[in-house]
Write a protein that binds this ligand. Structure first.
Ligand SMILES: [Zn+2]
Length: 587
């Protein structure tokens, strides 16, 4: 059988010919403009009898807006000097904002409908699948203040809330970390923490701390006011817990969150042993915060794009035919932009062209095993989108905590295979440690962020929290999360971690640990059940955005997320990695 040669650049011409100068795309954007005006008229004359027509109209517009947003972000990512693409991005963002505004108006109308009439709506077969998401929108609208008050909050938040986040970003932009006569940016300095030379890591760490300390008072103000704004809004709405919003966004119960952290805490001895062994291998008594991510050995194996693609396909085939068939098509139809060339933006992503039912993957592939993992990760996202084909858009807007289900799953298949296929012991160790590092990040580092943030908000309710106190709270949280295993912690982590300053999403931490473990738990089941599992897996993915996570897990996995079992199985998988690591390094 002849092997297909895969091309490492993507095809965007199938959507719109001519890149950012595309006339076809211009016409498409004008169409969206017209559609939005029509939608506006519909909304202002809305009556609940017409709900289906309104939703049809919405479905068509949101597909087009997301298609155009995907198109321009692909153009810009592939060529960061494409000014025209940047301009188009602004246009698309404006359409999206307009649609959001109209939807809020619609939500407000929902609250006017009596409960009984509302529930009756969903006896119609066409509306029944949307009951969860629409009722959720209606509930969220009732839990907020009046439309006028909420509008006022939104407009005040530009200068009174988001501005604090922006201020933080501009401070970060001017921070310089001196190193060997150079002035490093925050990003450059951060990269040095993965240096194999401890002297480099230590020096950068000390200078890094000092750089953040210089700005600590201003950054502390920014954090305090940002949090203060959030707390005031919550108070006015009558929300008493800071976890209400993030839990609701992620459609999960607090009980589930607590069980998850409890299981992680119960397994911390295993990961402590890993940290102790790593310290020993580095010739240290105890690791410092800046040693946790240090490399132990180098993994030099390189795979060409073609070899990487074939490796992924080979591993996916052991898991399921649908995933394999889909991935093959993605490679053949050039859904992936992987070429290693200048002018591309860093990082990777997967975006969905909803109007065409296709996805595109962006990354820069230079042949490392970590590139192969990234490629598998993004293919997992694309498969998630594929599994949701035919699902109404309103039922496909998944929350952060389940967004990484398919990507982590795909990455896990490939990472496990890579460890098994390693050619030398050194390579095996590097790949294995890579996996463990991820677990340590989710179970310890992110847990510390969660502990810090929860405690900080409690103190903030009583008044402003000083930079010194923030340092203390941070070290306390890190000590607890790392099970007291480190010799030195990072007190200024509250200032250097930008996630605390994101105003769009509160608590940018636990959803990612949830997502990692959720995926690991599903992977554990798949390992037990073999290729027959795939059908179940696809059915689960289809439902990820139309029910609570507890219902999702009960329906498709037959487990109760508020109980320990599922979480235990998931954590055990990663604990096995540590056991193997300890075996391999026991000399
Ligand atoms: Zn991802």
């Amino acid at each position: 059988m002849a092997v297909t040669t895969y091309v490492d650049t993507w095809d965007l011409e199938v959507f719109f010919k001519g890149g950012s100068e595309s006339e076809e795309f211009q016409t498409y954007l004008e169409g969206i403009h017209t559609d939005l005006n029509e939608f506006e008229t519909t909304i202002s004359n809305f009556n609940i009898e017409q709900l289906e027509e309104v939703l049809d109209q919405h479905e068509s517009i949101i597909k087009k807006i997301s298609q155009s947003s995907a198109f321009v972000s692909c153009l810009f990512a592939a060529n960061v000097t494409d000014k025209k693409a940047q301009q188009l991005q602004g246009k698309v963002a404006a359409s999206y904002a307009k649609l959001q505004g109209l939807l809020s108006q619609l939500d407000e109308q929902f609250t006017q409908v009596a409960d009984e009439d509302w529930n009756n709506l969903f006896s119609a077969i066409t509306l029944a699948p949307l009951q969860y998401v629409l009722t959720e929108r209606r509930r969220r609208a009732t839990e907020k203040l009046s439309a006028t008050e909420e509008k006022l909050i939104t407009s005040l938040s530009v200068d009174g809330y988001h501005a604090w986040g922006n201020l933080y970003n501009s401070i970060v932009g001017r921070i310089k970390v001196p190193f060997e006569g150079e002035e490093l940016s925050v990003g450059q300095a951060h990269n040095k923490f993965s240096s194999g030379d401890r002297h480099v890591r230590k020096t950068v760490f000390e200078n890094w701390q000092e750089a953040w300390r210089k700005e600590a008072d201003t950054i502390a103000s920014s954090l305090n006011h940002l949090a203060g704004f959030r707390l005031s809004v919550y108070e006015k709405r009558g929300w008493d817990s800071v976890l209400k919003e993030p839990l609701d966004n992620n459609r999960m119960k607090e009980e589930t969150l607590n069980t998850m952290w409890q299981v992680i805490t119960d397994y911390k001895e295993v990961f402590s042993e890993y940290l102790q062994r790593k310290a020993k291998l580095l010739g240290l008594e105890k690791l410092s915060f800046y040693d946790v991510g240090a490399p132990l050995s180098q993994n030099e194996t390189k795979l060409s794009y073609q070899e990487g693609a074939e490796f992924i396909l080979e591993q996916f085939a052991k898991f399921g035919p649908e995933l394999t068939k889909f991935t093959q098509k993605a490679f053949e139809d050039r859904w992936i932009e992987a070429e290693d060339r200048p002018g591309k933006r860093p990082g990777g992503f997967c975006t969905s062209f909803k109007d065409s039912g296709q996805s595109r993957i962006f990354m820069t592939y230079s042949g490392t095993m970590s590139n192969v993992s990234t490629l598998a990760h993004e293919l997992g996202h694309a498969f998630h989108q594929h599994a949701m084909a035919g699902v109404p858009v309103l039922n496909s807007l998944y929350a952060s905590n389940v967004a990484e289900t398919a990507s982590t799953f795909a990455e896990m298949i490939v990472a496990d295979a890579a460890v098994k296929n390693a050619k030398t012991e050194e390579e095996k160790l590097a790949l294995l440690e890579d996996k463990i590092q991820r677990s340590v990040a989710f179970y310890m580092n992110i847990y510390a962020r969660f502990l810090f943030e929860t405690r900080f908000y409690e103190e903030r309710k009583k008044g402003l929290v000083s930079a010194e106190r923030l340092d203390e709270l941070m070290v306390e949280a890190q000590k607890e999360a790392f099970n007291d295993q480190l010799a030195e912690y990072e007190p200024t982590f509250w200032a250097s971690k930008m996630h605390f300053f994101i105003t769009q999403v509160p608590f940018y931490n636990f959803p990612y640990t949830f997502g990692y473990l959720f995926s690991l738990g599903i992977y554990a089941q798949a390992l037990e059940e073999g290729t027959a599992y795939e059908e179940k897996y696809i059915a689960l993915l289809k439902d990820t955005a139309s029910m609570t996570v507890e219902d999702l897990a009960a329906k498709h996995l037959g487990v109760d997320l508020t109980q320990r079992d599922f979480w235990e199985k998931a954590v055990q998988l990663s604990a096995q990695d540590v056991e193997e690591f300890l075996r391999l390094t026991d000399k």
